[in-house]
Design a protein around this ligand. Sequence first.
Ligand code: UFG
Length: 330
Amino acid sequence: MAILVCGGAGYIGSHTVRQLLAAGEQVIIADNLSTGHRAAVNPDVKFYECDIRDKDALKKIFAANEVEAVFHLAAYIEAGESVIKPLKYFNNNVYGMQILLEAMTECGVDKIIFSSSAAVYGEPERIPIDEGDATFPTNPYGETKLIMEKIMRWVSAAHGVRYVSLRYFNASGAIEDGSIGEDHHPETHLIPLILQVPLGKRDHITVFGTDYPTPDGTCIRDYVHVLDLAAAHLCALNYLRSGGASNYFNLGSGSGFSVKQIVDAAEKVTGQKIKTELGTRRAGDPARLIASGDKARKILGWAPRFDDVEKIIATAWNWHRTHPNGYDDC
Ligand code: UFG
């Protein structure tokens, strides 16, 4: 039986597909290529250019393939954009989840592993953030992820679909051979933006806020390697296969690094000075986001392999320096 990876041509999706294949799983990809890249997908994997809001197309995929479980990584992800265009996010993310679950329940597919986000917590009430902590998203993106989790919960109760929701913290890095990596248009994430400076693609990086209540005044985040996120999907699949009940987990390294620390680490990795300009705060940025990973460790048996931020940045650098124009260089 196959795993259907929705969003398998995206950054985290493509790394997850690689790991599924390495584990001997049969994989099918559905991706509308609105943000994903055809070149991120192995040519020998069955690929459907399909939007998850197209129920007929999904049902055709389920009719043509024996699908054991769906991995859902097909959502819009830009918190800043979601504030300006909330309906775009509610349509693709929330309505997309509804249609996907309708197609799954109508076709008898009863397992789903979902890419959720630390953004469901909003401004955290304590650090490290525990799965039981309050969820008050501060932007529509985080709100959609929370609603998507709630939809799964009710559908699970009514139709027996079991789910695992994986709340990613800051996904970063790339596969070690540098063959796939992060390529967003426009790029908004810290590490790829920093690496554009030594690539000569930008003059400097702007630090968004230097007056946060943190040791150096810049925001602290929990950077977790994309291969560790991918590995967590396999742990979640095995958990559901062995009868595990629906559940949700933080996926973070448990360590926090400030924007300044990330710039310093990138200078060490690239061997080049990275010019910074000190800017104002970006709206909606919490000062500190660090995951408690205890639950995923205990229940899923997941432990991040990359525990050193320089090693994470080194894998990102390996991708970006060999593909300065992302997938256009493939
Ligand atoms: N930052 C800068 N300058 C930049 C870009 C980012 O200082 O040019 C700072 C941000 O203010 C933030 C940190 O770098 O403090 C990380 O920012 P990113 O945009 O890379 O990531 P976010 O923490 O904003 O968000 C990411 C994902 C979300 C997810 C969240 C969960 O993009 O989808 O992590 O922690 F919800």
